[in-house]
Design a protein around this ligand. Structure first.
Ligand SMILES: [Zn+2]
Length: 425
């Protein structure tokens, strides 16, 4: 992974935004440098995707009469890192957040109310659900990302052991913990136990790195990812058995045949919402869905990240694309109907009823002679689904090729990720 830090870009970014974020010029520079580093973390999908990941800096605020207040500038929930601007930091009362360490746990709804009350600078935004984790780490700068390379090591049987083998010197390794208070406590406890440690790797989730300056912590994050990539390359044992390639002409012809039928089927089930479709048919994706080992991506769930942002599994369309158009249309409607019903049953079993139909529709439809058709209510949502699917495939393929057996989160955590009230990033 390339280190994207560029001193010229950094100083242009800092001067573009200076004058609004702190009354001390040097402290403001540090805040803006951390904002610049945040955009770099968001610039690579292999590090953070579509709103995932978060960053922070701890500084003192000084009021007009010279009184100090310790503050945490932390990323607002739901803001994508690649489009980050300093106004996306929510300025929180750090002392209050640190005080929650001894509270023993905090409910999401209470957390949202308390966080709103403890903002030191007026904003409509809510701070990241991972704010407590940032507050509990006693370092000036904290970066949290979800590197693909780490998930390739961690999402398997024995993932924690393999992570320790790779990162044992630099990072503490901890099991998955529920985001919010539990994760914050797990990270700070692990950090406290490992002397001199500059970061924590969380199984099925990502890394947290910290230090004194924005540059130092960003560099360290990239270092860690590069180490993970090298480690993976060193343990490759086998490759997937690729099937016959489907020509670009065939892919296009098949897509043109099926696209109006899918639009029609989706409208048939839910005609109130606009639908956008995006195609995903890169060679690596086609290779995998036509390989003998396609089972490694057909079994649910793709990755823990997938249900969090895209709710449920993709729909594998097992139809013969060459059949008569009317018959094909009817088979597609049946398959989507079944998907909606299965998902609705799953939700009811978990106590969720009256879900709008639009939330039950598949977010992606996969066919070996077409690729992946990603569905969203607008173009960017459909394209984001394509990014998630491609990453999920790449992770499962890497686990297989390095001799691992894919392992995901428990059903309970997966459901929690899909239906938790507080936003997640
Ligand atoms: Zn996270």
């Amino acid at each position: 992974m390339k280190n994207l830090w560029n001193d010229t870009d950094e100083s242009v970014y800092v001067s573009r935004y200076s004058g609004k974020y702190h009354n001390d010029i040097n402290t403001e520079k540090e805040i803006l440098r951390q904002a610049y580093a945040t955009t770099l973390l968001g610039a690579d999908c292999a590090l953070t995707m579509h709103g995932g990941g978060n960053t922070s800096i701890k500084v003192d605020l000084i009021n007009k009469v010279g009184n100090y207040k310790r503050a945490l500038y932390v990323k607002a929930t739901g803001t994508p890192l690649n489009l980050f601007v300093p106004g996306h930091f929510v300025v929180m009362d750090l002392e209050f957040l640190e005080g929650l360490k001894s509270c023993g746990g905090i409910d999401d709804a209470v957390m949202a109310v308390e966080f709103k009350k403890r903002r030191l600078v007026e904003t409509e935004r809510l701070p990241s659900i991972e704010s407590l984790m940032h507050a509990f780490i006693p370092a000036r700068i904290v970066d949290h990302s979800h590197p693909e390379a780490l998930l390739k090591i961690a999402n398997r049987d024995g993932g924690a052991e393999l992570l320790t083998e790779c990162f044992g010197k630099e990072l503490a390794v901890i099991p998955y913990a529920r985001m919010g208070y539990d994760l914050a406590m797990a990270v700070s406890t692990a950090a406290g136990r490992k002397k001199g440690c500059r970061g924590v790797a969380v199984v099925h989730h990502g890394i947290v790195a910290w230090g004194d300056t924005a540059r130092e912590v960003y560099d360290f994050t990239i270092e860690i990812v590069n180490k993970a990539e090298k480690f993976l390359a060193s343990i490759i044992k086998k490759s997937i058995t690729t099937g016959a390639a489907v020509s670009v002409d065939t892919l296009t012809k098949n897509y043109q045949k099926i696209e109006p039928l899918i639009r029609d089927a989706l409208r048939f089930i839910d005609n109130r919402n606009k639908i956008s479709l995006a195609r995903l048919n890169f060679a690596d994706v086609m290779e995998l869905i036509n390989s003998q080992e396609v089972g490694i991506v057909r079994n649910p769930p793709l990755t823990p990240d997938y249900p969090m942002s895209r709710r449920i599994l993709p729909l594998w369309l097992d139809v013969d694309i060459g059949i008569d158009t009317d018959e094909l249309s009817s088979q597609i409607k049946t398959a989507i109907d079944r998907h909606v019903k299965d998902y609705s049953d799953y939700l009811q079993k978990n106590g969720v009823s009256d879900q709008p139909v639009v939330d039950l529709l598949p977010k992606a439809i996969i066919h070996p002679q077409i690729g992946v058709i990603c569905i969203g209510q607008n173009e960017s949502s459909a394209t984001a689904t394509a990014d998630y699917i491609r990453q999920a495939f790449s992770i499962r393929r890497a686990v297989f090729e390095t001799g691992g057996v894919y392992k995901c989160l428990s059903d309970e955590y997966l459901f929690d990720m899909q239906y938790r009230g507080y936003q997640r990033s």
